[in-house]
Design a binder for this molecule. Structure first.
Ligand SMILES: Cc1cc2nc3c(=O)[nH]c(=O)nc-3n(C[C@H](O)[C@H](O)[C@H](O)COP(=O)(O)O)c2cc1C
Length: 194
């Protein structure tokens, strides 16, 4: 039977969503059935009001279904993407991870593969810490971390996941360098998951 992956993201200005869509494309190329979800974001409308850039992709983000927790155990792999907020995973992505406590004690997600990805303004802005935070939650649930192999990490990626730097105005969209890194990483994940 084909492998299934869920790609879940939080995004305000659209960059993390564009990465998530690339994950879906790369996973499908590797033969996965891949579903795209967003996390709940009670602050979304407020953010859209505050940041003109967030209006650019607001409708596209809202068109993505919010993740349904009860479906998560059906996936072989879960990939979670978050913007970096103050050197950490965003509150919205963290709230999603915390809400998985139903699966924690019965270990319903134990053995599920987990990959993190992130956006941040700059390469020194803590995107790696954001991804480590996501892996930490996943590890507490017994999930199996998919780290980035050296062939991709040596092209400038953290070992913890694919990171895209959006610039001071968050308006540098992921381009071919990131799409290459996602493709290579997902091909590696495909081999690991089998
Ligand atoms: C509240 C807040 C805190 C942020 N903190 C950081 C930070 O610590 N480091 C950094 O590099 N970028 C920081 N940023 C920039 C975001 O990481 C960047 O806007 C985000 O990656 C864009 O992702 P999105 O387009 O998917 O919303 C921050 C942005 C906001 C709104």
């Amino acid at each position: 039977m084909g492998k299934k992956a869920a790609v879940i993201f939080h995004s305000a200005c659209g960059n993390t969503m564009l990465m998530a869509k690339e994950y879906v494309r790369a996973l499908e190329k590797e033969g996965f059935k891949a579903d795209l979800f967003r996390v709940e974001d009670p602050l979304f409308d407020q953010t859209v009001q505050a940041f003109p850039l967030a209006r650019e992709m607001a409708e596209e983000i809202k068109a993505v279904p919010v993740v349904e927790h009860k479906r998560l155990p059906e996936y072989d792999a879960i990939f979670l993407g978050s913007p970096t907020y103050y050197g950490n995973v965003s509150a919205q992505a963290k709230a999603f991870l915390d809400s998985l406590c139903d699966f924690w004690l019965p270990a319903s997600l134990a053995g599920t593969y987990f990959g993190a990805f992130a956006t941040a303004s700059t390469s020194c802005g803590g995107g790696d810490l954001s991804m480590i935070a996501m892996h930490m939650s996943a590890m507490h649930m017994g999930m199996v971390s998919l780290s980035v192999p050296a062939t991709v990490a040596h092209a400038g990626m953290p070992a913890y996941g694919i990171l895209h730097c959006t610039g001071e105005q968050s308006n540098i969209r992921p381009g071919n360098d990131i799409f290459w890194a996602i493709d290579e990483y997902v091909a590696y994940c495909g081999k690991v998951i089998g």
